[in-house]
Design a protein around this ligand. Structure first.
Ligand code: HSE
Length: 433
């Protein structure tokens, strides 16, 4: 029987879920995988205040990261504190102490993945990070091992459970944005600070990881054009409904003529597209792979047990790779393709949905369309709800033809500067899926 001694650093929502899952599945894992996981240490900076799960009498509880990592009995450190620091050092030090690492930390892998994988390689250890993207849904395993050898044209991901939950709840239950955020926090999907979820950065971290695996290129999160969902209103959701569309926060990576385009933003997509039916906390990734073709992977992408499931799978994988089989994980590759370049968002072309809060006065529409025309932006349709009496302002919705990001940005800035409208315009991209 293989015995793996574990040190767990970070006993929060996911950490306590991992402990519960290891306890609940102990017999099952032992019988099926012939491995016994021995939780030796739980380390948390507020360990004294934590309610520790029952049945952990022989587990050392400590607030000291150094002592935990220094323990020569431990085979693996599970890092579940999140954030960049001290997570990066915990991972580096653990590798240097000849321990494998399991982590669910998308931020640290997105920022420092290349450096960390190189160190893992140097130390003959591995970093397992299945839960970093789509929680327990095995997108890391799929990309790095399952369909190794394929090339990729496009990746479309719904990879933040909180945002997908909020957008679905606003559309299906007509909840306000604030109501939906609170519920996502209550259900344990949102980050401790949900800003990273709703401003799109959590999706950006995850997209940086997928891009490294798919295109062999480590893109820094700040090189990925990112927009969150805070500007989405019920007006936009209703308009999407009326056109049989839906709004999703999409993480998109495409390879076009040797250049990579990577962006995260709310997107109008057809309701009947497979990604249009991914609702609530569900995540999905649609990959167009060569030669395999389209692959769609979906499942619960956030939450205590969804994430704990990925961590436990990582542990079982780790246990199965002992001795001569313990060579470097394919997901830990750190040497980039030299000729892959990043495409600037300015050059990216999509259709746009534009919403203006326009004064209800003759000539307003002509002024808006005039500016768009001068910037070479073609108009596909214009909608303004019919009204009986004159009101101070009305929402005007314009759908454009394919337009370059930089032209749209300049046109909107000009419209705002000339005081043609009463509030900042809303621009949402439309993706032809
Ligand atoms: N806050 C994240 C989400 C958790 O909502 O998707 C999973 O990474």
């Amino acid at each position: 029987m293989n015995k793996i001694n574990i040190g767990l650093i970070g006993y929060g929502n996911v950490g306590s879920g991992v402990v519960k899952l290891l306890q609940k599945k102990r017999k099952y894992i032992k019988a099926k995988h012939h491995v016994e996981f021995v939780l030796k240490t739980i380390c948390d900076r507020s360990i004294k205040k934590k309610k520790i799960a029952r049945g952990l009498k022989n587990v050392r509880l400590t607030a000291s990261i150094e002592e935990t990592i220094a323990d020569p009995d431990l085979h693996v450190i599970i890092e579940l504190i999140g954030g960049l620091h001290p997570a990066k050092d915990i991972i580096l030090q653990s590798l240097k102490k000849n321990k494998h690492v399991v982590t669910a930390n998308k931020e640290v892998i997105a920022h420092f993945g290349q450096l960390l994988f190189e160190e893992a390689h140097r130390q003959g250890q591995n970093i397992y990070f299945e839960s970093a993207v789509m929680a327990g849904v095995p997108i890391i395993k799929l990309l790095s091992e399952g369909i190794a050898g394929n090339g990729y044209k496009e990746i479309y991901g719904i990879i933040n459970g909180t945002c997908n939950y909020i957008l679905s709840a606003m559309s299906q239950n007509e909840w306000s944005f604030e109501q939906a955020v609170k519920e996502a926090q209550k259900r344990g999907f949102a980050e401790a600070d949900p800003t990273l979820d709703i401003n799109g950065m959590d999706s950006t971290h995850k997209l940086a990881i997928l891009t490294a695996l798919a295109f062999n290129k480590f893109i820094k999160p700040n090189q990925i054009h990112t927009e969150g969902i805070t500007q989405i209103s019920h007006h936009d959701i209703e308009y999407a409904e009326s056109l049989n569309l839906t709004i999703k926060l999409l993480a998109i990576a495409k390879q076009i003529n040797g250049e990579i385009e990577a962006r995260v933003h709310p997107t109008f997509i057809p309701k009947e597209h497979p990604l249009g039916s991914i609702n609530g906390v569900y995540n999905a990734a649609l990959l167009s792979a060569d030669p395999l073709g389209d692959v769609l992977l979906s499942g619960e992408g956030a939450g205590q047990f969804a994430a704990a499931s990925g961590v436990v799978s990582d542990l079982i994988n780790l246990a199965s790779r002992q001795g001569s089989d313990a060579h470097q994980l394919l997901s830990n590759l750190y040497i980039e393709s030299p000729d892959v370049k990043l495409r600037k968002i300015d050059e990216v072309e999509t259709r746009f949905y534009l919403r203006f809060k326009a004064p209800d006065q003759p000539g307003t529409l002509a002024k808006i369309s005039g500016v768009l025309g001068r910037h070479g932006i073609g108009i596909n349709s214009v909608t303004q709800k019919a009204h009986e009496e004159r009101t101070a302002s009305v929402p005007v919705i314009i759908l454009t033809d394919d337009a370059k990001e930089k032209d749209v940005r300049k046109a909107l800035a000009e419209i705002a500067k000339k005081n043609i409208i009463k509030a900042a315009p809303v621009a949402i991209r439309m993706e032809n899926l």
